[in-house]
Design a protein around this ligand. Structure first.
Ligand SMILES: [Zn+2]
Length: 198
C-alpha cells in the first residue's frame, strides 16, 4: 500500500503562495507512484493537463485513487473496480475535495495520465506535461478549496517551469477529444483564469 509522508506545511509563505523545490510542490502530502519514468532527453514541462477523477465513480475520500496510482486496488475487496487493476496510471498531483494536495511523481519525471493524446500537433502529452487530478466528476461542481489549491499550484509550476506558456493549461478532454471528457462541464475555466490573474 502507498506510504504517505507526514504533511509538510512549510511549503507556502505568509501570502499562501506555494513553491516548487527539487521538482516537488512543497506543502503537499507525498505518495510515490511506481507508474513513472524519465521524460525524453531534453524535454521539460510545457503543458499542464487538468483531470477529474473519483473512485468508485461519484464517491469521494475513499483512498482508492492512491491505491489506483500505486497498483494496489484489490479486486476481491472492490470487484466493481476489477477492470482497473491492470491499469498502470498516475498523475503528478491530486487535489482532493478539501483542497489537500498529494504528489505522486516528481515534475521532472513522466507521470502516466494523458494516454493517447495530442496538443498543438504534438502527440504523447505525457512526455511534456504535468498532470493534475481534481477529485470530482464531470457534473459535480468542484469545490472552492480545489480552485484555490489549483490556482496556487499552477502559479508555482509556472514560476518553476518557465516553458509553460500562458495558454498551456488544458483539460484532458482537450488533448484526448472523443476519448476523454474530464474535467467536464462542471469545471469552471473562467474561475481558474480569474484566480490565476488575481
Ligand atoms: Zn483524465
Amino acid at each position: 500500500m502507498p506510504i504517505a509522508d507526514e504533511c509538510d506545511m512549510s511549503g507556502s509563505d505568509a501570502s499562501g503562495q506555494r513553491r516548487v523545490v527539487v521538482h516537488r510542490l512543497l506543502g503537499t502530502r507525498r505518495c510515490d507512484s511506481p507508474n513513472q519514468d524519465a521524460r525524453p532527453p531534453g524535454v521539460v514541462p510545457e503543458l499542464i493537463v487538468i483531470h477529474g477523477i473519483s473512485l468508485p465513480p461519484g464517491r469521494f475520500g475513499t483512498g482508492l485513487i492512491d491505491a489506483l496510482f500505486c497498483n494496489a486496488i484489490d479486486p476481491l475487496v472492490h470487484p466493481e473496480l476489477a477492470e482497473l487493476c491492470d491499469l498502470r496510471v498516475s498523475s503528478h498531483l491530486l487535489i482532493d475535495r478539501g483542497g489537500a494536495i498529494t504528489q505522486y511523481v516528481p515534475f521532472d519525471r513522466r507521470a502516466w495520465h494523458a494516454g493517447v493524446s495530442a496538443w498543438c500537433g504534438r502527440s504523447g502529452c505525457n512526455d511534456f506535461s504535468i498532470g493534475i487530478e481534481l477529485e470530482g466528476t464531470d457534473t459535480t461542481p468542484y469545490t472552492d478549496a480545489q480552485y484555490e489549491a489549483l490556482a496556487a499550484a499552477v502559479l508555482a509550476l509556472r514560476q518553476a517551469y518557465g516553458a509553460i506558456a500562458d495558454g498551456a493549461i488544458v483539460g484532458h478532454a482537450d488533448v484526448a477529444p472523443g476519448r476523454k471528457t474530464d474535467p467536464g462541464p462542471a469545471f469552471d475555466w473562467n474561475r481558474l483564469w480569474r484566480a490565476i490573474a488575481a
